[in-house]
Design a binder for this molecule. Structure first.
Ligand code: PMV
Length: 327
């Protein structure tokens, strides 16, 4: 039996623009998914208690046939099972054991679908744990590539490499198309995360930006300007100049707002954090609902967000320099 864990992430800069070939800088956070894999004779057994799926235990024969009788909404269940199924397919391929059976247990303290990379963290940890269980040790890069293939398969090709690479490697990373690399020299970023309890529809939000960009040149300019913010931001990332980073985050949020992907609750959390003295604040991920990330090394933004209407939970999450690891 092997347990591995992998971190979630926030976007310091660059979501949405990354879809059009601009760079993005996601950062791993100290919130993890833990996956335990045990080899069994055949099939797949999946247990999950913390995926905001109201707790479910699934037992099925591994070919995906038949819906298990569990108390969770169909889309969430299908999504969770789709990710685990595809991850196990990658594991069988990597270890060259096409019939390997597994019992998989998933625990996660990353809210689902809220822009914090929960599915990527589960997939990365599952691939690591299950391949190790079969005696195969993959590099973080190989796990990232296989996890990306899983996300692309489950999300009909609509996946960037940002989440999976960041979760596998940890730290701050830079993703531009297929080019993924670690940003060296970043070991501390004081993130505060506000969560409105909801989630945006990533597909619809991406489609909305795509049509704005096609309709208006200034929307295309806005996407390019986000790329400029990322290029500026990465040059100050290692310096510890949080004030400049915060200003750039504020700017990035404004441009995302202009592209129509913020929401009332995200904006009010962003403003609450700024008013409390955070160095910067922006939405993270697809938007529409979910999480904001603020940069604050005091407790002020955290306290302010606790009392902000629309903010369901708030927590501090330092940059996690560790990627996937065996527990
Ligand atoms: O909400 P998340 O964490 O899945 O991030 C979506 C980020 C987008 O740039 C909007 C889409 C993508 O695949 O990069």
């Amino acid at each position: 039996m092997v347990t591995s864990s992998a971190p979630g992430k926030v976007y310091l800069f660059g979501e949405h623009a990354v879809v059009y070939g601009e760079p993005a800088v996601p950062c791993a956070i100290e919130r993890r998914a833990r996956v335990t894999a045990r080899e069994i004779d055949e099939g797949l057994r999946i247990h999950s208690e913390d995926l905001k799926l109201d707790g479910f235990t699934v037992e099925y024969d591994g070919d995906g046939a038949g819906r298990p009788d569990v108390d969770a909404s169909e889309p969430l269940l299908e999504a969770a099972m789709g990710y685990v199924n595809e991850a196990v397919a990658q594991v069988r391929d990597a270890a060259d054991v096409p019939d390997a059976g597994f019992e998989i247990r998933i625990e996660s303290d990353i809210p689902l679908g809220a822009g914090l990379g929960s599915s990527a963290a589960v997939v990365v940890a599952a691939i690591d744990a299950a391949t190790r269980e079969l005696g195969v040790e993959l590099s973080a890069e190989a796990i990232a590539e296989r996890a990306y293939q899983v996300e692309a398969a489950v999300q009909d090709g609509e996946a960037s490499r940002a989440d999976t690479f960041c979760s596998a490697k940890g730290g701050a990373v830079r993703v531009e198309g297929d080019d993924c690399r670690t940003v060296e020299g970043v070991d501390n970023l004081p993130f505060v995360i506000g969560y409105d309890g909801g989630a945006g529809d990533t597909g619809a939000l991406v489609a909305g930006v795509r049509s704005l960009r096609e309709e208006y040149d200034f929307a295309a300019d806005t996407v390019r300007a986000i790329g400029d913010i990322v290029r500026e931001g990465e040059s100050v990332l290692g310096s510890g100049d949080y004030e400049t980073l915060g200003d750039l985050m504020d700017f990035n949020h404004g441009l995302l707002s202009a592209l129509g992907v913020s929401s009332r609750s995200l904006d009010s959390m962003v403003w609450a954090a700024r008013d409390a003295g955070a160095m910067g604040a922006k939405l993270t991920g697809a938007g529409g609902g979910g999480c904001i990330v603020a940069l604050d090394d005091t407790d002020d933004a955290l306290t302010a967000l606790k009392y902000t209407p629309g903010c369901e939970s708030v927590f501090r999450a330092e940059l996690d320099t560790d990627g996937v690891r065996q527990e």
